[in-house]
Design a protein around this ligand. Structure first.
Ligand code: NMX
Ligand code: MLT
Length: 436
């Protein structure tokens, strides 16, 4: 069985050749233009970043190396005894562009479990945080502190060749992915289950099986399977989203993967990005508290208008790129549709009913370019139903997941020798000069 590193070693030369050819033959080819609206509009629509693992189509949604979510659900090996995609098989696909065999998936699971323990000083650091510090702040600080052990940084200090950067970067990325669930679970226990001891990592379990057990949900098979799917699906969403882009930008300075991903987590912590899943649950529960469980479409419509008229966004709806319902939302809805206990859940039913009404209300409201649900419209509500009720923690789970894509890109950035990111900015006066 070829290891992940050996497989990458084989794939990299072909990609390096592809980049060389693009540079040699098409460096001056125009693939888009930049309008003033792009400059003042958060760079929406500008094709300005190389990102290998996935591409987002506005109508079809995400594809990972060309594979759609349903494709991945068919071909990526699940955990033993499970059905859902797991983090390891998704990571392998993202990094190599290949579907791993079952043996390769298990080998990677074992490697991650063997590398998952936290250094004692990080445990102490995290244990010293007040329980009132937001779990995302704790996660970002913990990840930054893990850079104490960065192999890339140590090797860089000694002096290594550029062609060797990627191997040390890969080692750091694997160590970080292995430690993220342990760190994230420790934060959960400290904040919400103070005094309960964390179990040891089980070397025969997959990464998210272990995460679920560390959180205290090892016996909850439904939640474990949901976490596996959730984490695989949130793994990558091309490069322009705020967290992935942050990791890429910071990594382009040759900052190590821990520091780069720590920065990404603080972008994920914003309510327009990863924090939206906690906001959705808060909003749907407030709706339920006000209207009761047996609510009509008309009542939901009124509630939506109330939210919009008070100047707030409807959380879980809209997207910077997507112009159709998010296929990740659809995959999570299918997970719900296949499970009777979720069909009976009042909060899941409310999410579904909201989905039946919200797009038309948002269209009538006329502001958002995408009136359809994104992945966050449902993700937190399922966690809540299965007993993970502490919604301030939800973005941490997203943070465990996004490492798969953001760290994959760091490996590719080093393997391809991508440069420091440094776009040109303009003042309004400078823009006006260009127009004249
Ligand atoms: N409810 C109300 N208004 C909205 C919504 C919404 N769900 N989405 C966009 N708008 C407004 C937006 O605020 C803007 O108004 P204004 O001109 O007054 O500034 C206008 O519509 C145009 O925005 P768009 O170009 O459609 O959206 P943009 O690309 O700027 O932002 C989001 C994308 C996702 C930030 C935005 O749709 C939003 O705030 N949604 C709610 C929060 C959310 O669900 N975020 C999760 C993102 C997914 N994730 O996983 O990270
Ligand atoms: C994501 O998964 O990062 C979000 O859908 C936001 C985005 O893609 O811009």
């Amino acid at each position: 069985t070829k290891s992940l590193k050996e497989t990458l070693q084989e794939v990299i030369p072909g990609k390096q050749e592809q980049l060389k050819k693009l540079k040699a033959e098409h460096a001056q080819t125009v693939v888009g233009d930049v309008k003033v609206e792009n400059i003042i509009g958060g760079m929406r629509g500008i094709k300005a970043m190389l990102w290998e693992a996935s591409v987002l189509d506005p109508n079809e949604g995400i594809r990972f190396h060309g594979l759609s979510i349903p494709d991945c659900q068919k071909v990526l090996p699940p955990a033993p005894g499970g059905k859902e995609i797991i983090a390891e098989s998704m990571l392998w696909l993202l990094l190599t562009g290949q579907v791993p065999t079952e043996a390769q998936t298990r080998q990677l699971s074992r490697e991650l479990a063997e590398k998952g323990d936290l250094p004692p000083f990080v445990e102490k650091l995290v244990d010293s945080f007040p329980a009132t510090l937001h779990p995302m702040t704790q996660l970002g600080m913990g990840v930054a502190a893990l850079n104490h052990d960065s192999l890339f940084q140590a090797a860089y200090e000694k002096g290594i060749k550029k062609s060797e950067y990627w191997t040390y970067t890969l080692d750091d990325c694997i160590n970080l992915i292995a430690r993220l669930p342990t760190l994230a679970a420790r934060i959960y226990r400290n904040v919400y289950k103070s005094g309960t001891p964390l179990p040891a990592l089980n070397k025969d379990l997959d990464l998210i099986g272990n995460y679920s057990a560390l959180l205290g949900f090892g016996d909850n098979h439904n939640l474990t399977e949901y976490l596996r799917l959730y984490i695989a699906l949130h793994g990558d969403h091309e490069g322009g989203n705020a967290s992935a882009h942050t990791a890429h930008l910071v990594g382009s300075t040759l900052s190590d993967p821990y520091l780069s991903y720590s920065a990404a987590l603080f972008a994920l912590a914003g309510p327009l990005h990863g924090l939206a899943n906690q906001e959705v649950l808060r909003w749907q529960m407030a709706m339920q508290a006000e209207l009761g469980s047996d609510v009509s479409h008309e009542q939901i419509k009124e509630y939506l208008w109330k939210t919009l008229k008070s100047g707030q966004v409807v959380p879980g709806y809209g997207h910077g790129v997507l112009r159709n319902p998010d296929p990740r939302f659809i995959a999570l809805q299918e997970f719900c549709d296949a499970r009777p206990e979720l069909q009976e859940s009042s909060i899941i039913r409310l999410v579904k009913k909201t989905y039946e009404v919200a797009p038309d209300v948002l269209k009538e409201h006329g502001k958002t370019k995408n009136p359809y649900p994104n992945v966050d419209a449902t993700s937190g509500c399922v966690l809540h139903h299965y007993g993970l009720t502490e919604f301030k923690y939800y973005t941490v789970i997203f943070g465990v997941s996004r490492a798969l894509g953001a760290l994959t890109q760091l490996v590719w950035a080093r393997a391809l020798g991508l440069p420091l990111e440094r776009p040109k900015s303009l003042s309004m006066d400078a823009i006006e000069k260009l127009i004249k």
